[in-house]
Design a protein around this ligand. Sequence first.
Ligand code: GLN
Length: 478
Amino acid sequence: MNITNLTLTELAAKFQSGELTSRAITEAFIKNIEAHDSDINAFVNTTFDLAREMADAADSRYQNKTLLSPLDGIPMDLKDVVSTQEAPTTASSKILENYIPPFDATVWQKLKAAGVVLLGKTNTDEFTMGASTETSAFGVTKNPHNTQKVAGGSSGGPAASVAAEFSAGSIGTDTGGSIRQPASFCGVTGLKVSYGRVSRWGTIPMASSLDTIGPIAKTAQDCALILQTIAGQDPKDSTTSDKPVPDYLAGLGKSLAGMTIGIPKEYIVDGIDPEVLNTFNATKAICEELGAKLVDISLANTKYAVPTYYIIAPAEISANMSRFDGIRFGTLPDGTTDLQSIYKETRTQGLGDEVKRRILIGGYALSAGYYDAFYRKAQKVRTLIKQDFDTAFLEVDAIITPVSPTPAFDIGENKDDPLKMYLEDIFTIPASLAGICGISTPIGKSKDGLPIGAQILGPAFTEDRILNIAHQIQLNIT
Ligand code: GLN
């Protein structure tokens, strides 16, 4: 049996029936990481000793019939912005290279309490700013389908880890597309939850009005299992919603018959790769065969989404990054004598170019003379973008679009062109600004063997609905 090839759902079933031990599952993933991560660079740090200990504990619980949850004994990794007391949490930045948090993020507390085995922490663009993991201080993550290509970003480590069969599932973060785009580039499933569905306490923030945490795994069913454990209100995160958490697995059996799915004309743009378009059209046909009604819709303010995001996100980034000052976080550089030089040297040496660029843009957009022209204006346009979705969802149950205009691009291709890199998220950013949920599902491959994905968007707190649509597509795709 090829253990690492199985879905998380299948592994959980085999562990719970006694067919496989957690230790055997864990060793199989460790073997893959040891053999191949030197090519891929998905992991920033591994925690194999801990993983073996946690797996053995899960096996004892199986013997004693005291299993903790459906995820008990399952090996996963975490994007390296999720705070863990067991391992450094670096945000793939030099400034946090040796930082071991004194607490666990809520999402890790929940997974640990569910019996999940931690294999390690996976790579990201520095502080999650980027779309290719090329801004990581610890090197780019390569695409397991073709190592000349990026894995996407910023959750390139988590997506590559699942695609390369280094772990059964992972936790990523998505602020403007960072779960959906790498999942699409790596041919796995990634869920960006609605704003407020999953606690962000203890996860290193990027842009606080946009950040979300969600699962990346092989299938929609796997993502449903993980989401069940991590969703819900958290007294430590006042932005979490008190809306009840539905039974996501139970929601997976529904037929698409009678459902209306919108196709926004603004997403079928010039310059979209013909193979992406063909694969997307084939997926539309599958939805129709499954009984869904497809309708053309318009999300008229889509063209303003990228510029709006690149005002709001840097503004919030500049505020969040102020804590990295060499005093509370960051190592004190030698030769610094006064407060100014501590700030300056810590940041000069500890932060990369993209992070610095965003701090500068954000500081500018928030400055007294420009606040109204940029930040306030961007907030108003954000409302219009959200209203486009509100109006569309009066007519349709969900929306389907490509995830990205192209399959994974070459390493280095966009690295020195920030504007080109920013446009990578043209299809994922609008949903982030609106706070709604979206899932990226694999729908095929280009002739060069690169994965292509579709994005299914639903109104806020309809994760059950979009998980089911992705699941139905995954069951029926050939
Ligand atoms: N690529 C986008 C950016 O660089 C989104 C990043 C993210 O979602 N964390 O801001």
